[in-house]
Write a protein that binds this ligand. Sequence first.
Ligand code: MN
Length: 422
Amino acid sequence: MFCSPSDRSRSHHPADARRDDRRFHHPDLSKLLGWKAARAEADIPEGEWAKERAWALRMGLTAAESIEDRDIPTFARGELPHYAGINTFLKAPYTEDVQVVGNYDATVLGAPFDGGTTYRPGTRFGPQGLRKISALYTPYNYELGVDLREQMSLCDAGDIFTIPGNIEKTFDQISRAVSHVFSSGSLPIIIGGDHSIGFPCVRGIAECTSKKIGIVHFDRHADIQEKDLDERMHTTPWFHSTNLPNVPAKNLVQVGIGGWQVPRGAVKVARERDTNIITMSDMEKMGIDKTAEMALEMAWDGVDMVYMSFDIDSIDCGFVPGTGWPEPGGFLPREALALASKVAAEGICGMELVEVSPPYDTSDITALMGTRVIVDVLGSMVSAGTLGKHRRHIDKPVTLPMGDYDEARDGKRWTTRARMAE
Ligand SMILES: [Mn+2]
């Protein structure tokens, strides 16, 4: 039987088949996260956003008459506009008085120190770099269905006063600052700084509790030598952390380790102390879910809390050029974010984000990646309902003395005599 070309194309052409398929089998959009997340957004409250906008008008005056949106102030205050303002992390309130950090679920604090680096410096500018680019985010995440501003409280306590050129004095300052924040009940989020800060950060938490602490450590490098270049450099934090009585080495899980600069000296210690190393290829073979499950199982085995250390160089250096020790072959950003989120979902007692070096960064891309890890960790904890779980384990809180300056008695700083005499 003869078929004309047009008949044949009507009955057999694949494009026609697809068109028919679409006509008769309506795709089930409700199975997509894109569909679900759009609907879930309607249930997230907006009260804190309304509060911030009203606060901005009180702080920054109402706008010029020509401006129709009457929520816009004259002086930029709070989240908007993203390019303006004096940046704290995510434009969270700056707690100049560190006595009040306990009023917030989490506290960001900077540890600007690069005296422990053994290759590229510059991480002393890490906290500033992260704060600067963090201003581009809103606190809302579509897929997670969380709005941090509505569902948790966050402050930025500014930076720790580190001592350039003196690692040990800097460590003492960092431990003191972290123990203060942890004792207040607020979750410490420490932005480094090179990786030497890992030890004093863990020490600051460990001294406030009699409970045991496990560590999940994302890195290309094992960082567990006793010394490097004769000092406790950024290659050594886990040697000294796992010497602390309540930080068992068997609960240290090191994820992403590998390449040409592990280095060998660290491997010997890791073997002696029986830490747990998961390489990039282990992760590739097992997949993200299984890797996270295994890391959590080992880190949480017999302990009460888990600390997270995230070295930005665990991500392939093509994505994070601004770091102290770049290494190819690392995580893809999506892998790193998924792993960090899954570990955080179980609840953490603190975290550090280290090795962002803005002088070597390009277009703020490394600092942005670091910011993203932190906000994803917070979002994941909010979503899982595990933020604040660490509080029950603070059984030895520290109380640090403050100075005796009294604003009512001594006046506000930067108020001149001439001004006061008027
Ligand atoms: Mn590293």
